[in-house]
Design a protein around this ligand. Sequence first.
Ligand code: NAD
Length: 293
Amino acid sequence: MLNVKTIGVIGAGQMGGGIALVAASNKFNVVLCEKSADQLHKCEADHKKRLGREVEKQRMQQADADAALKRIKYVQAMDLIRDCDFVVEAVVESSQVKRDIFAGLARMMREEVILATNTSSISITEIAAAAEVAHKGAGQRVIGMHFFNPVPVMKLVEVIKGLQTSEATTSGTIELAKLLGKTPVPANDRAGFVSNRVLMPLINEAFYAWMEGVAEPAHIDEIMKLGCNFPMGPLRLADFIGLDTCEHIMNVLADGLNNDRYRACPLLRQLVAAGRLGDKSGRGVFDYTQPAK
Ligand code: NAD
């Protein structure tokens, strides 16, 4: 049986902020660690706003919203998560940064604590190896816990076992995901896991269709929405995810699966080079700088 009262979340960006909020709303104490003071304040303000909206829409009582907010400690120093019972890391998608963090966690955390990463593409086995080098036996406590964006809305958690991950770590992570109100689904540690292995080549193919003049971007999206029942067209989704992230994941697939058919479409690479990254830069496939018609 899992005995988790306090969850440590590392990184208070889009994903870490969402994970912390979901945990606190499900009655866990949270220590949210973010290196940037600015981002930490932004995240706290965002939590207040989101909880306020839940109260306004009568989906939550004011007292419960206040209690959820009180359960989150916003901190900058990593060692303040030392006493947590479970850790979810959600910092930038960099293998080196994540391996350093997991080496630190392996040395610092109690031996029974599960160390989960929210990576969308980096090998769990490699992250676990860095933990194992830092502290013998820590590798088996490392696992992928892949939440989806926006975390409070999306039900899925892809649970990814590295080569070293123990059964106890896997079952503990599945149990925690359920306690957070999510639906955990297991996958193995191959490039892109399941979600990005299947989704990203489809998005990449939509860029090829555009580049080859098969149809205009809006028409590609409309065809996929109306014909395949997609809630959002693949090119609109690419803008939402971030075109740089899409390119990065295609590179991970091409390298990890050693197959050039996963290389990012030249048009996708060109847009990224031009700084057209999608929603976050105001323009990607589509232009978000003009008021919606
Ligand atoms: P983000 O850039 O919004 O947030 C990352 C945060 O981590 C930043 O605020 C940064 O300051 C902080 N950070 C970096 N190094 C740190 C450190 N050493 N200690 C504490 N904080 C640190 O990124 P995001 O979109 O939230 O993604 C985070 C992770 O989740 C990535 O691994 C990403 O691949 C994964 N992911 C993202 C999505 C998505 O749709 N954005 C979906 C699933 C998984």
